[in-house]
Design a protein around this ligand. Structure first.
Ligand SMILES: *Cc1c(COP(=O)(O)O)cnc(C)c1O
Length: 348
């Protein structure tokens, strides 16, 4: 039934397959036409997501990428500039959708473990000048993927929120893994969300739903976002089949995320013992390992690992990323460590 289960697949938490409870809930889901607002499962999921994040309303979207794009479209007008971190997912991995479809220019600011320096952000805000675009949005990411699942501290959000307020610029949080950030901080996700105007978060990563993300924000903002979703072709009719799994994700899967973080610690400790690897201590469920042995590139190592049934991804020419999730365990981590060690030692 589920193809991925007997591999040590550390490529991403997106590879997680739905739980039996999700499949049962999908089978039994009450549905209606969501474009008419008549799908009870979608309505319930959107309400649940908004409540969890402490916002007025929610919108089910097809993916995290669509959630971020709709959020940018709803916050800005074409010709504006948005400020975001230089390695952020929106800038790095969303195929320039903000520029292409939103008509906005991106202004990147370097981060420290994913956190943008507030003074640098403030300096990047455009003044009123005939030559300049106006700044339409400040976009944050927490946890920060390319910084290795780094948790952006609340103090940073507080400072950025104050700047947003001072200049009347909205804040959007790409919270694809916001529940991982909340688990690591030992707080509720709504405490993170309280510093921003809108949040997008994924149901289909560590929370194991098969499809979908939610965006949340003020009621009037979500109403405008809903129209953008329709324009982009994201009005999905009896999508309650999908929402049913999302409800299970929010009700049952958030509390198990610390297990993924523990497994990341376990995996990182094992990898750190291998000569030729520098491992960044993980804060959540992502482990970045830099290959210091110049005989190996990330792609060469990944290819050899894949031949032995261990999957990971490259994060630059000499960095590999391992992501922990529900469908890998200590045995898979042990295997990843053993095989990585053997490859780098030259034993295979
Ligand atoms: C995965 C991810 C997204 C995009 O989610 P998709 O559902 O894959 O489109 C956005 N932001 C971050 C930080 C992510 O990790």
């Amino acid at each position: 039934m589920n193809v991925a289960q007997n591999r040590a697949d550390f490529r991403s938490d997106t590879v997680t397959v739905p739980t039996p409870e999700m499949r049962q809930a999908m089978y039994e889901a009450k549905v209606g036409d969501d474009v008419y607002g008549e799908d009870p499962s979608i309505n319930r999921l959107e309400e649940l997501g908004a409540n969890l994040l402490g916002k007025e309303a929610g919108l089910f979207v097809t993916s995290g990428t669509q959630g971020n794009l709709i959020s940018i479209l709803t916050h800005t007008v074409p010709g504006q500039e948005i400020i975001l971190e230089s390695e952020s997912h929106v800038f790095y991995y969303e195929a320039a959708g903000a520029a292409l479809i939103g008509g906005v220019q991106t202004r990147t600011v370097p981060g420290m473990r994913g956190a943008m320096d507030p003074a640098t952000v403030e300096a990047a805000i455009r003044t009123d000048n005939i030559h300049f675009p106006s700044t339409g949005l400040i976009l944050l990411e927490n946890t920060h993927n390319r910084a290795g699942g780094a948790v952006v501290p609340i103090s940073n959000l507080v400072s950025l929120a104050a700047i947003g307020q001072r200049y009347s610029i909205p804040l959007h949080l790409d919270g694809a893994r916001i529940f991982n950030a909340a688990a690591a901080l030992g707080i509720k996700a709504k405490e993170i969300a309280s510093w921003v105007d809108s949040v997008s978060f994924c149901l289909s990563k560590g929370l194991c739903a098969p499809v979908g993300s939610l965006i949340v924000g003020r009621k009037e903002w979500i109403a405008r976002a809903r129209k953008w979703r329709k324009r982009l072709g994201g009005g999905m009719r009896q999508a309650g089949i999908l929402a049913a799994a999302g409800i299970v994700a929010l009700e049952q899967m958030i509390e198990r995320l610390p297990q993924d973080h523990d497994l990341a610690q376990y995996l990182a400790a094992g990898l750190a013992e291998i000569p030729g690897l520098d491992v960044i201590p993980p804060e959540t469920n992502i482990v970045l390992a830099h290959i210091s042995d110049s005989r190996w590139s990330a792609s060469q190592l990944l290819q050899r690992l894949a031949e032995e049934g261990v999957l990971a991804t490259d994060f630059g020419p000499s960095t590999v990323r391992f992501v922990t999730h529900k469908d890998v365990d200590r045995a898979a981590a042990d295997r990843a460590v053993l095989i990585t060690g053997n490859i780098l030692k030259g034993d295979f």
